[in-house]
Design a protein around this ligand. Structure first.
Ligand SMILES: NC(=O)c1ccc[n+]([C@@H]2O[C@H](COP(=O)([O-])OP(=O)(O)OC[C@H]3O[C@@H](n4cnc5c(N)ncnc54)[C@H](OP(=O)(O)O)[C@@H]3O)[C@@H](O)[C@H]2O)c1
Length: 203
């Protein structure tokens, strides 16, 4: 799969590492294409580096792993190019109000298939999603169909079990899992290597 990863530091780097190892073609989309750290990471992973626009053009899936406060500007600047793309919004807007950018995508890039994923756990759980023999779940939401299969494949490649909670109307629920993670990891001092598991009688 061709995956554009916008942002190449903690989240972008951690996810890209997993996807490159799983055989996916990754291109980082960054502001400074000559950043030596980004270049070194890309070389290590066999990934490409380009501008945000170049990466969006490259990716069938575009993953937003940039600061929440950069989301509006980035979506608006690349709205036309996002048409028809599978978008994964991993960015959290921390200033109050909605943490996701679903409304912004809907307003400016209505032709994008938007999924909310990788926002609700700290990066440590993407790097290592196993707790003994137990595999952590990742809650996500977005439209059913071919895009969903690709998003689930990317979640699986990180080592997490995908758990869909519905279409994008459930984005607040996925964000609430993120709020729960913050409350437990920091508020209750349980630490960042913390994740969730749904228990059922089915496999
Ligand atoms: N850290 C976590 O555990 C975690 C977990 C889940 C979700 N998230 C979310 O994931 C996103 C990234 O978090 P992070 O921890 O990876 O942050 P980070 O380490 O600070 O990395 C942010 C990346 O975004 C790039 N960037 C900043 N402004 C940009 C812009 N205007 N256009 C394009 N790229 C830009 C930065 O590049 P420069 O070098 O150019 O600044 C950097 O590569 C945030 O929205 C965060 O809420 C984080």
């Amino acid at each position: 799969m061709k995956v554009a990863v916008l942002g190449a530091k903690i989240i972008g780097g951690t996810l890209a590492r997993k996807w490159a190892r799983a055989g996916h073609d990754v291109m980082f989309g960054v502001r400074s294409v000559d950043n030596p750290e980004t270049r070194a990471l890309a070389q290590e992973l066999g990934a490409a580096v380009g501008s945000v626009g170049e990466a969006i053009a490259f990716g069938e899936v575009v993953v937003f792993a940039i600061p929440g406060q950069a989301m509006s500007e980035t979506i608006q600047a690349h709205a036309a190019a996002l048409d028809g793309k599978i978008v994964i919004d991993a960015a959290n807007r921390m200033g109050g109000g909605a943490m996701n950018s679903a409304a912004e995508f809907g307003a400016h890039a209505p032709g994008a298939q938007v999924y909310r994923a990788f926002n609700s756990l700290g990066w440590e759980n993407f790097e290592n999603p196993m707790f003994g023999d137990l595999q952590a779940d990742l809650f996500y939401c977005g439209p059913a169909g071919a895009g969903q299969e690709k998003v689930e494949a990317l979640i699986g490649a990180v080592g997490l079990r995908p758990v869909c909670v519905g279409d994008l109307r459930q984005v607040g629920l996925v964000d609430a899992i993120g709020s729960l993670w913050f409350a437990l990891a920091f508020g209750q001092g349980m630490g960042r290597h913390l994740a969730f598991k749904v228990l059922t009688r089915q496999a």
